[in-house]
Design a protein around this ligand. Structure first.
Ligand SMILES: NC(=O)c1ccc[n+]([C@@H]2O[C@H](COP(=O)([O-])OP(=O)(O)OC[C@H]3O[C@@H](n4cnc5c(N)ncnc54)[C@H](O)[C@@H]3O)[C@@H](O)[C@H]2O)c1
Length: 411
């Protein structure tokens, strides 16, 4: 049967020549870096004949400027376990914060593009890696021409080599409509962990509340191990993220990589994909198009919805804090689908009708984060309620739907 997506959007199985997959910290870099490091010479330190600056005056060398260890010279980087980076942003008063070079995989997507905006606005250099499977250049077009910003079209199931301080790993189709056709989680995460290990970057994984499956514990704490169907239609996503968490922890324990794990609960806001099956976007788009709001099942299943700027604040707090996680990042306000439909009606069109459809397989009955751990250790909690946040995405959706209707939608 023909796939509903064009071939270039499907991810074929790839060969496993990924960078530095070994978990043995003693193998960091040296035996794996030689082949692809054509840029190594340009990263080499000044020759010994040039007199080095006085240590008292010399600024600390940023990690991304340090040379890679070559197969013939011993590493000048400390072993990964001792690479306690000082990225926390908590610098003593009066000392300027060092500009970081940061990779955001999936940075052309919904959450990623907002995160990139925040990192650029605080003065960091950001490199976005995205294959535009669900992301759009439009989400980043306002940054084109900014010298602190770079965009690389690349599929993270293939290795890539970049010298960076931090990696926010978001690349992954996040909606049921898309993830069935592009299971990116495992290989993409493995490649990015390999990169983090090699260059000593701190690595943040955007995991999901889906790791709790159809939860038997409510609300969900990070200590809950979940109730996930390993062979269902959603498993490539749920189990993929669970595996990604496992890989992150193995690289942390086995190779000393500084990892951070966020378990994200439903998030909404401007730049969400239109029509990708995620409920807030669906309802908002349907209300704007004057279509009935489709409710699957009886509409009594619950979800918790957080506004995207709250999530971005949480991700940055997690990356810069000292705790590995996992941390639930979500808004504990809990709504049934019918209640959400009512809020959408109040916000956009009070005359909108509701249409019931049979529920999808393995749809969780309830979902609500316990965020006490993030409150206590990250000093983070969401600030924007659903009633305040929903209106903030309506204009963006309206404009995009209008453009689509006029045949101007860009991909
Ligand atoms: N938005 C949410 O409610 C939510 C909830 C839980 C977890 N998350 C996680 O947050 C991350 C971002 O989600 P989002 O809502 O912004 O989704 P999104 O689909 O808008 O963004 C994902 C981005 O990753 C890119 N991408 C996908 N596969 C890729 C690949 N193989 N190589 C390179 N780029 C690739 C896409 O093109 C897109 O730009 C995802 O990892 C998702 O699992 C999101």
């Amino acid at each position: 049967m023909r796939s509903p997506l064009p071939n270039h959007l499907l991810t074929p199985p790839k060969r496993l020549n990924t960078p530095d997959l070994s978990l043995d910290p003693s193998t960091t870099s040296s035996e794996n870096v030689s082949s692809s490091l054509s840029s190594e010479s340009s990263l080499a330190p000044p020759s010994s004949s040039s007199s080095p600056p006085s240590p008292a005056l010399a600024p600390p060398t940023p990690i991304h400027l340090l040379p890679y260890p070559s197969p013939v010279t011993p590493s000048i980087l400390p072993p990964p376990t001792s690479r306690k980076t000082s990225f926390s942003g908590r610098v003593p008063a009066g000392i300027a914060r060092r500009r970081l070079r940061i990779v955001v995989t999936g940075g052309a997507g919904f959450v990623g593009s907002h995160l990139v905006d925040k990192l650029i606005s605080r003065g960091d250099e950001v490199i976005v890696i995205d294959n535009f499977f669900t992301g759009r250049k439009e989400n980043l077009v306002h940054l084109f021409g900014n010298p602190g910003f770079e965009l690389i079209r690349h599929d993270v199931v293939e290795p890539i080599l970049l010298e960076v301080d931090q990696i926010y790993h978001l690349a992954c189709p996040a909606s049921p409509v898309h993830y069935k056709y592009n299971p990116t989680n495992v290989m993409g995460t493995l490649n990015m962990l390999g990169l983090a290990k090699r260059v000593g970057a701190r690595f943040l994984l955007t995991s999901t509340s889906e790791v709790y499956g159809d939860p038997l514990e409510h609300p969900q704490k990070e200590t809950y191990w979940g109730n996930v169907n390993p062979i269902g239609e959603r498993s490539c996503y749920d189990e993929g993220k669970r595996t990604a968490e496992t890989l992150a922890m193995d690289y942390h324990r086995g190779a000393g990589v500084e990892v951070r794990i966020a378990r994200i609960f439903n998030t909404y806001g401007p730049r969400m994909c239109l029509d990708d099956g995620r409920v807030v976007g669906n309802f908002v788009a349907q209300a704007i198009r004057k279509q009935p709001l489709t409710v699957y099942g009886d509409g009594k299943q619950t979800r918790s919805f957080q506004y995207v700027s709250d999530l971005v604040d949480g991700l940055v707090a997690l990356m810069e804090g000292e705790h590995v996680g996992p941390f639930n990042l979500g808004n504990p306000g809990e709504f049934t689908m019918l209640e959400l439909a009512e809020v959408v009606k109040e916000t956009i069109d009070s005359s909108a009708t509701i249409e019931f459809r049979p529920n999808t397989a393995d749809d969780p009955h309830k979902r609500k984060p316990d965020i006490s751990k993030a409150k206590e250790l990250l000093n983070w909690e969401p600030k924007i309620s659903l009633r305040d946040g929903l209106p903030l995405m309506v204009n963006d959706f309206r404009n995009r739907i209008l453009n689509e209707d006029e045949g101007k939608g860009l991909k």
